[in-house]
Design a protein around this ligand. Structure first.
Ligand code: PEP
Length: 252
């Protein structure tokens, strides 16, 4: 019942021409893929050019961040209205790099996600514990706080159009992937939280992605877990063949 979602987060990589070259190839290579939602998150500068290549394709466009306001005197920020205008359907919010390097908090993440919903952008809301949290046995309490605060005030319709990405910080860019049972344990926990806040029926419909050193070799096992509905891919989304292999592995 949940359509798998595979999203590539390019971070601070790719010029406009490199991005266009990638998505032109991806469009061809993924043309026959059905039953998986494919999402690409280029840097802001490439969004509009990539959107033009993706028109009429089965690939959706995401931004890597958004500002909470629609417009105003906020030098350097990009608003949800601007992202919609550039062709985005999704936006990644609260990535651990944003939290770690740019001071994002659960409160700022929540405001951004609400702004995204107001303007018809679907948030991919990132949560995940640091290694010291896990080692201290605090994984669930950390993830619970991030989820509960991150989705605070979301209506039922808004939670249904949100994807939550569980990205343990110790697994991002490290080559250390969470074991599939570790991913399932946290995904199951997040779904039970959603059942408590909304309803079991709604919780069953929310897509939960895993992120952290995902590659074509580990996608199928992660996706085989009951509550893993997709992946959020950093490094392995930068090469088109590697990303397509992940999309195909997610398809099963
Ligand atoms: C990410 O940036 O969200 C991520 C999971 O990165 P990587 O796949 O490189 O670990």
């Amino acid at each position: 019942m949940r359509t798998p979602i595979v999203a590539g987060n390019w971070k601070l990589y790719k010029t406009i021409s490199e991005a266009v070259e990638f998505v032109s190839a991806l469009r061809e290579l993924a043309a026959d893929v059905t039953g998986v939602e494919i999402v690409i998150a280029p840097p802001f500068t490439a969004l509009s050019a990539v959107a033009k290549v993706l028109v009429g394709s089965n690939i959706r466009l995401a931004a890597q961040d958004v500002f909470r306001e629609e417009k105003g005197a906020f030098t350097g920020e990009v608003s949800p209205v601007m992202l919609k205008d550039a062709g985005c359907g999704y936006v990644i919010i609260g990535h651990s790099e944003r939290r770690g390097y740019f001071g994002e908090t659960d409160a700022s993440v929540n405001r951004k996600a609400k702004a995204a919903h107001i303007h018809g952008l679907k948030p991919i809301l990132c949560v995940g514990e640091k290694l010291e949290d896990r080692n201290a046995g605090n994984t669930q309490s950390v993830v619970e706080a991030q989820v509960v605060k991150g989705i605070s005030g979301f209506s039922e319709a808004e939670i249904l159009s949100t994807a939550i990405a569980y990205e343990p910080v110790w697994a991002i860019g490290t080559g250390i992937t969470a074991r599939s049972d570790q991913a399932q344990e946290v995904h199951g926990f997040i779904r039970s939280l959603l059942s408590r806040i909304y309803s079991t029926d709604s919780a069953k419909q929310v897509r939960l992605q895993y992120g952290g050193s995902v590659n074509a070799a580990n996608t199928a096992e992660l996706m085989a877990q009951m509550d893993v509905d997709g992946v959020l891919v950093g490094g392995a989304s930068l090469e088109v063949e590697s990303f397509v292999n992940i999309v195909k592995a997610a398809h099963g």
